[in-house]
Design a protein around this ligand. Structure first.
Ligand SMILES: [Zn+2]
Length: 301
């Protein structure tokens, strides 16, 4: 028990800070996502390029989720021609995020030894689906610009949402594939941001240390915001971030029922049982012959 408390303190928490900055003309979000990225690495046994790509999308996604309210959910889907075979991240306005990649066993390096993400991702599109729980989902799509994820999200905001944004995302991975640091920031200009402020922001971003360096030196989300604004900001709130899956046996039952009686009977006759696996958390749910019979009965109701 004591050990658990001590390790919880040492491990800290993943969280996000939101601020208004540059005389209130800019919204700035910064997040540390080390633990949740590490959780994703463990669940999916991600190799470095797969871990860095998914870690960046989880980080960008969970920050985007913080821009929404209430029960809204957001799904980011990367559909691309690279060997990663696509990625999915689902998040909400409460700091919960989960995701998966098509291919978890990728490790490409640049000549300098850094992990290569764009080679894993390739070219394609980023689809963002908003489920605002009151009417149909709607999806916006933007072409991937570099496959590095941060630039792709920045382009998405600018092209699809008409919000000029700067996005920086970083994931550092150890030799044993565990995630040592992950995090990032999203900076968004609000309408009416004066020219001189835009110029100042551009200069600050140019001079800024790489996000992975800031995370490595132990910068908190507040410290990242401070480095960008040099003090011209007001922190509005912070929010804990977690890798959370909301799957349940009932959800998979509904999915199986939607296959219809005929399909379920075929499964029962050919295999006698079925095991479903959650893409997001790898939880397994078994349905034996009796369970399949019950589901077949449900389809008739
Ligand atoms: Zn799950």
């Amino acid at each position: 028990m004591i050990y658990a408390i001590i390790s919880a303190v040492i491990k800290m928490k993943d969280y996000l800070a939101k601020a208004y900055a540059f005389n209130g003309r800019v919204r700035l979000y910064a997040a540390n996502t080390t633990l949740l990225t590490n959780e994703a690495q463990k669940i999916h046994n991600l190799w470095p390029s797969s871990a860095a790509a998914l870690g960046r999308l989880l980080t960008g996604g969970v920050i985007m989720g913080a821009m929404y309210k209430g029960d809204q959910e957001l799904t980011l889907r990367v559909e691309s021609n690279g060997p990663i075979e696509g990625m999915v991240v689902t998040t909400n306005a409460k700091g919960d995020v989960r995701g998966y990649v098509g291919n978890h066993k990728l490790f490409f390096q640049h000549n300098d030894g850094n992990i290569n993400v764009s080679q894993a991702v390739g070219q394609g599109s980023l689809h963002v689906t908003k489920d605002i729980k009151v009417r149909d989902h709607f999806t916006s799509t933007a072409a991937l610009q570099t496959g590095e994820i941060a630039e792709d999200l920045a382009y998405y905001f600018t092209a699809s949402e008409q919000i000029p944004s700067a996005v920086s995302l970083g994931v550092k991975i150890d030799t044993d594939n565990t995630v040592t640091h992950a995090g990032g920031f999203i900076l968004q200009r609000m309408p009416g941001c004066p020219e001189e402020t835009i110029t100042l922001i551009e200069e600050r971003l140019k001079e800024l240390k790489p996000i992975s360096k800031m995370l490595e030196q132990g910068d908190t989300p507040e410290a990242i915001i401070q480095e960008i604004t040099q003090g011209d900001h007001e922190i509005l709130h912070t929010m804990d971030l977690n890798y959370t899956c909301n799957c349940s046996r009932e959800k998979f039952e509904r999915g199986l029922i939607s296959l219809g009686a005929k399909q379920l009977k075929t499964i029962k006759e050919e295999d006698g049982q079925i095991e479903t696996v959650c893409h997001f958390c790898q939880s397994k749910y078994q349905f034996d012959e009796t369970a399949l019979d019950n589901l077949i009965n449900e389809t008739k109701q």
